[in-house]
Design a protein around this ligand. Structure first.
Ligand code: C2E
Ligand code: CA
Ligand code: CA
Ligand code: CA
Length: 279
C-alpha cells in the first residue's frame, strides 16, 4: 500500500487506526462485562451414541450484553487471548462450571461430565494444575467428572513441558480431550505420546456426512486412529439423523450438536437431565 502513494497510504493507516480503536473499545467493554457479571456459562449436552443418554456437557461461554444481547465467543475469545483477559475469564469459567456441576451432583443429577475449553495461553502458563486443584477443592466438584479441552496448537510448546502439565492434570483424576482434531499440525508420532482420554472430531469433517466420500474416509480414519490409541472419540456439530447413523455405524463413542440440542443455560440443561432421569 505504501508504494501506491500518499493518499492510499493515509487511507490505509486511517483504517488501521479505526480498527485499533474498535479493538480497544471492545476490550474496555469486555473488562466491564467481567466486572458486571455479564459473562455466563452455557451447556451443550454430550451423548453416548449407543445408549443415547446424556453423559455430560461442553461448557461454552456467553457474553450477555444488556443492550446488544448475546455476543458470540468467536468475537471476544480471540480478543481475550491477545489482551491477557483470557486468564481471569478462564478461571471464571472453571469456577462457575465446577460450582454448577457440584450443585447438580448434590441435587441428585449425578456423574455429569463437564468439558471446559482451555486456551493455549492458559495451558502453557504453568499454573493451570494449581488453579484447577484450588477450584476443585473450593467447589467440591469431583475431578473425575471434569474434562479439559485443548486444541492441537496449545500442545505445540516444549514437548516435555506439555506432557508434564498433562500428566499432572491426569494424576488429579481429570480427563483431557483434544479439541477440533484434524485442523491442527500435530503429528501422529506426537499424538501417540500424549496422555489423552478423548479426541473430538472437528465439525467441518462432520458437516457433509454421510454424502461426502472424502469426509467419510476422514471420519473413519480418525475414529480408528483414536481407538487404536485407546482414546474415546466424540463427533462435534452433529445436526442430522443421517450423520448420527453414520457415526454410530463407525463405532464413534459420543456426540454433541444441534441435532440433540444447542448450548443452553444451566437451568435448561438441568431440565434435560431431569427428563432423562424420568425416562
Ligand atoms: P469449540 O470449542 O469448537 O465449540 C464448539 C462450537 O460449535 C460452539 O460454538 C458450539 O455452539 C458450536 N456448535 C455446537 N454444535 C453445533 C452444530 O450442530 N452446528 C453448528 N453449526 N455449530 C455447533 P460457540 O459456543 O460459539 O463457541 C465458539 C468457540 O469459542 C469454541 O469453539 C471455543 O473455541 C471458544 N470458546 C467458547 N467458550 C470458551 C471458553 O470458556 N474458553 C475458551 N478458551 N474458549 C471458549
Ligand atoms: Ca471445545
Ligand atoms: Ca471444537
Ligand atoms: Ca472450534
Amino acid at each position: 500500500a505504501k508504494a501506491d502513494g500518499r493518499n492510499t497510504y493515509s487511507f490505509y493507516s486511517d483504517s488501521l487506526t479505526l480498527q485499533a480503536r474498535q479493538r480497544l473499545l471492545l476490550e474496555q467493554r469486555l473488562r466491564n462485562a467481567i466486572k458486571q457479571n455479564h459473562l455466563t456459562c452455557y451447556y451443550q449436552p454430550q451423548l453416548d451414541i449407543t445408549s443415547g443418554r446424556i453423559i455430560g456437557a461442553e461448557v461454552l461461554l456467553r457474553w450477555i450484553d444488556p443492550v446488544d444481547g448475546i455476543i458470540s465467543p468467536d468475537t471476544f475469545i480471540p480478543l481475550a487471548e491477545s489482551s491477557g483477559l483470557i486468564h481471569p475469564i478462564g478461571l471464571f469459567v472453571l469456577q462457575q462450571a465446577c460450582r454448577q456441576g457440584q450443585a447438580w451432583q448434590i441435587a441428585g443429577l449425578s456423574n455429569i461430565n463437564l468439558a471446559i475449553n482451555v486456551s493455549a495461553q492458559q495451558f502453557n502458563k504453568g499454573d493451570l494444575q494449581h488453579q484447577t486443584t484450588r477450584i476443585l477443592q473450593e467447589t467440591g466438584f469431583n475431578p473425575a467428572c471434569l474434562e479439559l479441552e485443548v486444541t492441537e496448537n496449545a500442545l505445540m510448546g516444549d514437548e516435555e513441558d506439555v506432557i508434564k502439565t498433562m500428566m499432572e492434570l491426569r494424576a488429579m483424576g481429570i480427563k483431557l480431550a483434544i479439541d477440533d482434531f484434524g485442523t491442527g499440525y500435530s503429528s501422529l508420532a506426537y499424538l501417540k505420546r500424549l496422555p489423552l482420554d478423548v479426541l473430538k472430531i472437528d465439525r467441518r469433517f462432520i458437516e457433509n456426512l454421510p454424502e461426502a466420500e472424502d469426509d467419510q474416509s476422514i471420519a473413519k480414519a480418525i475414529i480408528d486412529l483414536a481407538h487404536n490409541l485407546r482414546f474415546k472419540v466424540l463427533a462435534e456439530g452433529v445436526e442430522t439423523a443421517e450423520q448420527l447413523a453414520f457415526l454410530r455405524q463407525q463405532s464413534c463413542d459420543y456426540y454433541q450438536g444441534y441435532f440433540f440440542s444447542k448450548p443452553v443455560p444451566a437451568s435448561e440443561f438441568a431440565e434435560l437431565l431431569r427428563k432423562q432421569r424420568r425416562l
